[in-house]
Every structure is written in C-alpha cells, then in structure tokens.
Design a protein around this ligand. Structure first.
Ligand code: AGP
Length: 605
C-alpha cells in the first residue's frame, strides 16, 4: 500500500505535493519521491527513508513548478532504497510514473522490453510499466493512447499517475483495484490515493472506478474508460470529514479500519500466488521441503504460528514445533538439526526476541525463512529467504490484519509443500484454493453484521473483570488471540485455554461473573466443545458461543458467523474476536489505537 498524489494548478506544486505526502505517510513510509514539470523536461527527486530525507534533498533544489506528483512507498517489489523509490522514468525520459499496487505480469513484460534493449535500474514492477508506456508511444498517436495500451497489457492492481515530457501541465491517472480519487478545486485539480492528501484545498471529490483513466490539468479533467477511451461523467461529492477522520478513511480508529481491510488483505495476499488451482511461492522453490519445521514468534504472530501448525501438519505432513521467541532464544536448541527449517514470523520484522531467535537458529546451522510485513526489515534482511504478507502498514498497536495475512501465507505454504511432497491430493488442493478465493467476498459481506453483533455483546459483557476464551484444535490458537485482544485493548483479564483443559483445574474459577467465549464452530471438534460448554454452564458460567448456522448449541448468547470449510473457518472467527475486543474497549473509553504500556514494535527485550 503506497500513497500517491498529483497536482496541477496555480500554486507552487512541489510544496502542495510534499504536504499531501505527509498526510499519506500512514500508507507507507520507507522511501519517497517527487516529479515536477520544469523548463527542460521533468525533474525527479527521490530519497530512501521518511519524507524528511526527501525534504532535505529538495532544500537544495529549485523545484519551482505548477504541476507535480509524488509518492510515498510501502515496498512490495524491491527493498526500500533510492533506486527503487518512485517516481520511475522511462529510458527515453519521455515518461515519469508513480504507482500503488502490484503488476502481476511484470516479469514477462520486463523480459520482452529487455529483449528490445530497454535497461532497468530498479527491481520494481513500476519501472517496467513506465517503459511499456514508452514502447507503446512509438506506435500510438499520443500519450493517452500509449498509456491505455500499456494498462490493457498489464495485469494486477494499480493506481497510477503519469507525466509526459511533451505534455507539461497534464497528469494522466488510472485505477484498477487500488484507490484513486480526484480533488476538484478552482483553477487547480488533484488526484491522490486518499482524501487527506488534498483535503485542506478542496472538499469536492470524485471517486474513480476500476477501469477509469483521467486526463487532469489546472483547468479541468476528463474521465475515460480504459477499454475504449469513451468519455464518462462521475458526479463530485462533498466530503464532511475532518483531517484525522479522513486518514482513518472515516473509521473511528485505525484498528477498525484495519479489521475492515482484511478482505483486501486476503485478495492482495492471493494475488499472484494462486493460479489454475495451484500455489506459486517462488521464494520457496530453492528451499527443500523441511524435514522438521520450527516456527518462532511473539504475541499475535505466535498465535498465527500455532494456528498454522494444524494446516502444515495436516496438508503437508511437515512435523512442526512452535516456540515463543523469548523462550527459544535461551534454550539449548539441541533439537535443531542441519536440514531443519526455522520460520520466524514478525509483522514489523523488528521484534527483538524474534530477531535474536533468528540469529540463534543461524548459529546452529538451521535454514531460516522470514514471514514479514515490512520489506527490508531486520528479520527480512537476515533470513535466508523471506515471504511478505503484503498487508500494507498496520498502524494500530493491536495486530489485526497482520494475523489474517500471516494465516493466509501459512495456509499457502501448507498447500505448496503438500503439493511438493505429493501428500495432498490435487482435487483436495484445488477445492481448498477455490474456497480461499471466496474468502474476500464472504468476509466483505459479513463484517458489518459482525460489528453490529460485537457491539451488542460488548455492552452486555463490558463490566466483566475476567473472561475465558475456549477452543479446540485450530480454534485453540484463535481463543488465545481473542483473549490477547481483549486484555490488551480493554484491560479486562482474559485467558485463552484449550477447551479440553478446563476440567484439569481452571474450571474452579467459573462463576456467574466469569463468562466464557467459546469457539463452537461446525467442525469435527464440535461435540467435544459442546460438552466443555456444558461443564461451564453447569457451574452457572455464562457462555458466548461463536458458531455457525444450523449448529444446535444452548448458550447465554449465540453468535452466528459464516461457515467456511475446515481450517478456513478461522478466517471468519478471527474478525469476530477482533471486533468484540474493539467494541468492548471503545465502549469502555479506552485508547484503542495506542493501549497503555504497549508499543507497535517491541524492539527491546
Ligand atoms: C498484538 O496485538 C500485539 N501488538 C503484539 O503481541 C505483537 O503481535 C507482537 O509484539 C509481535 O509483533 P511482530 O509480529 O511485529 O513481531
């Protein structure tokens, strides 16, 4: 997820663009750049790191212009660096492009362009796209037609802004499965990934649709359709939000926004990784299928690991050990043998305990694989190989969409290794992938009702001082995660437990004011879970049963969520748990995005 902005008008364009990039930094901040019209062509300045680095460069540059565009990056292809930073310029310097999204077929396009003599200076898919536009410009009548021809060849998600040397003062833009919005001013116009970028200048916005192409200048804009360049009119809307609300996309908190981003996270995670009923994880092709897998992580990432173990053992028959990083790093890791694989999971890629565990694993000669969300993070760089969750920046301290993306990657790894080991039947794999591909729309449709139910239950249980979360099988790690979310957000004591363990002591705690949140999903464990629920209820314990339609359960409160087959039901249960803790914390007036005592990335031991 990156931030882009374009401006054409009467003001000094570069300061307007830089201000807009600051307001888009929550979308990504590992490098940035600007392009601006100048007497001789298009000036481009880029810098690695936060926007301040770019500002320092601009200070010594006379970037006076009335038309400019900018980009703040969340790296997906190519580590954070100046050469991978946007904007990217075509070999002939005729075109400059900024891009948010993923061009799935960029490798094949790059090969074809290389064969024609094009030279690439970065690892990005964006540089490929801008040179494809230049190639089409040799035969198409103008920049607009060349732009459209290139976009018809590209596959994937994009929101792009393009400047052409021969059309100073004009910005072309286009969107496909990535946000792009016009801001309409008087004698000036804007295009950006999100409203905050230009909200101080105008509240008149046009939301573009997938397949829209825009020609924008100070005096006006035209919207055309990619397929045939036919003109289309989209009515402007007036934004009532204040700035802060705008950065949260109108959601009350970043946490809520990130919970509702999970359908997109699943779609992005699947993009380019599932094809014709198979899983493509080229990052793992050079690694042998592990004889034994050790997964090491902290907090929510540890819960993802515990959940992933069920799939890795069931679909890929890979013996899997899951360890808390702060324990693993001090144990005499005698278990590690040379061809073991150590997978370290970390959203931030900077968690001190997990990084230390990675280094211990390397010292013991194990092969190492990172699963991270932040490109170029320490764990990503120090692992032998790395998979990225592509979930976009997670701003809220409580991890939500990161876990969803980690679970997806673990499921894909289990399918990938199952196929390589030949222990997962093709038709079973195809069926699972088909179900995975349905997840984004199922979740998209279910989330609003889930939030409504979570709000209703939170009002009823917010005064509880203690909570049990119970689950069996792959629902046990989800119970742990539900308990972590409740305690870290609402400060209510909550314990996640394997439901079968209650009779071994914890049930002594049950009484009418110690409720239990039970994951009673429609799977093979359901009968056992129901009897665990009954043990709690026999002692006057109140139960919230999270279950599926058609399941017969008696409970104080029954919460029905979409029924996904097998392990995939975890993707429906997770947001319910997140929303219950969110609504409870918000109702109790807690600081949802920055809970007390916590940090987004625990870089200390
Ligand atoms: C989760 O809500 C917490 N913020 C915390 O447990 C977090 O998951 C943990 O610190 C691990 O972070 P990482 O994934 O960045 O390594």
């Amino acid at each position: 997820m990156c931030g882009i902005i374009g401006y054409a008008g009467q003001r000094p364009a570069v300061p307007v663009v830089m201000e807009g990039l600051h307001r888009l930094e929550y979308r990504g901040y590992d490098s940035a750049g600007v392009a601006y019209v100048r007497r001789q062509g298009i000036g481009v300045l880029r810098a690695q790191g936060k926007l301040m680095a770019l500002e320092e460069k601009l200070a010594s540059e006379s970037a006076v212009s009335m038309c400019a565009m900018g980009h703040t990056r969340w790296a997906t292809h190519g580590a954070p660096s100046e050469r991978n930073a946007h904007p990217h310029t075509s070999n002939d310097a005729a075109f400059v492009l900024v891009h948010n999204g993923i061009i799935e077929n960029y490798q094949e396009i790059k090969a074809a362009l290389t064969a024609k003599g094009y030279v690439f200076h970065s690892e990005t898919d964006t540089e490929v796209l801008v040179n494809l536009i230049a190639e089409y410009a040799k035969t198409e009548p103008d920049a607009l037609h060349a732009f459209a021809a290139a976009l018809r060849e590209a596959r994937g998600a994009y929101a792009v802004c393009l400047m052409a040397r021969d059309e100073p003062g004009v910005i072309y833009a286009a969107r496909m499965s990535a946000p792009l919005i016009l801001g309409l001013g008087t004698g000036e116009n804007f295009v950006a990934s999100d409203i905050p970028a230009f909200l101080p200048y105008t509240r008149q916005v046009v939301f573009l649709d997938d397949g829209d192409i825009v020609r924008l200048s100070a005096s006006g804009h035209d919207i055309l359709r990619l397929e045939d360049l036919s003109s289309v009119v989209r009515a402007p809307q007036t934004i009532q939000w204040d700035m802060q609300a705008a950065q949260k996309g109108g959601y009350r908190h970043f946490m809520l926004k990130e919970i509702f981003e999970q359908p997109r996270v699943l779609a992005d995670g699947l993009s380019g990784r599932v094809l014709d009923g198979d899983v493509l994880l080229t990052e793992l092709d050079a690694l042998p299928v592990p004889r034994k897998l050790h997964i090491v992580a902290c907090g929510t990432s540890w819960h993802s690991a515990l959940w992933g173990r069920y799939l890795l053992e069931h679909w890929a028959k890979v013996a899997t050990q899951v360890e808390i990083a702060s324990e693993f790093r001090y144990r005499q890791t005698l278990l590690l043998e040379k061809d073991d694989l150590v997978l370290v999971i970390s959203q931030s890629g900077e968690t001190a305990d997990t990084l230390a565990a990675l280094r211990v694993a390397k010292e013991h000669g194990a092969q190492t694989l990172g699963l991270c969300n932040v490109l170029g993070s320490s764990i990503a760089r120090e692992s032998q190989a790395v998979l990225y969750t592509q979930a976009g920046p997670e701003i809220s301290v409580a991890s939500t969409k990161a876990m969803c993306s980690q679970m997806l990657m673990l499921a894909l790894m289990a399918l990938y290794w199952g196929r390589r080991k030949g222990c997962l039947a093709t038709e079973e794999r195809r069926a699972i992938i088909a179900d995975l591909e349905k997840l984004p729309i199922v979740l998209e449709q279910a989330l609003p009702a889930m939030q409504h139910k979570a709000r209703e239950l939170s009002r009823k249980y917010a005064q509880a001082r203690n909570f049990f979360y119970l689950g069996r099988g792959h629902c046990y790690p989800l119970a742990l995660e539900g308990a972590l979310k409740l305690k870290e957000l609402s400060y209510i004591h909550a314990e996640g437990y394997a439901a079968g363990e209650m009779k071994h002591g914890p049930i002594a705690l049950i009484d009418p004011v110690f409720p239990a949140f039970v994951l009673a999903l429609n799977d093979s464990m359901l009968p056992k879970v129901v009897s665990n629920m009954e043990e709690v209820q026999a002692r006057q314990g109140k139960v919230i049963a999270l279950t599926n339609a058609g399941v017969k359960v008696q409970a104080e409160d029954v919460w029905i969520i979409p029924d996904m087959p097998g392990f995939l039901s975890g993707f429906a249960a997770l947001p319910a748990l997140q929303l219950f803790s969110y609504e409870t914390a918000d109702y109790l007036g807690k600081d949802v995005d920055q809970p007390r005592n916590l940090a987004k990335s625990v870089t200390v031991e």
